[in-house]
Design a protein around this ligand. Sequence first.
Ligand SMILES: [Zn+2]
Length: 152
Amino acid sequence: LSVAHIPSPLAAPSLQAALGTLRARGLRVSTTRRLILAALYAAERPLNADELTARISADLASVYRNLSLLEEIGLVCRVQFGQGAGRYALASAAEREFVSCESCGTFEAVDPARLEAVRALIARELGYRARFSTHPLVGVCGACLAREEAVG
Ligand SMILES: [Zn+2]
């Protein structure tokens, strides 16, 4: 049984390409939009609006407004981790998937190739093609497991 790869069109492979997409849509390349995109390209993980606001010293309402526009035109995607605030990543980063700890709330990006065996098993057992790009694979991380074992 072969499992199809996650579709991962590179919405914009670089900051310049992303700015080009804005212009092509007739949208202004404002300082805030440029800074949000630059911060997301520089980030190692999806950021929430508060983190973005702190990184680019813009006001939160403006960050939300611009994120919503960038999401609408397909440059940015929203990643939901549990009950917390949504986080934002470049749409091109959708090729990365995420694991998240329900105990300490930490999360990390994972190369989708590392989840292929899991995906194949889920496909075989349940008939689902799983993806962990917009909702992470949730469990308990190694550090929390070690702490639980230490406590007893
Ligand atoms: Zn943990």
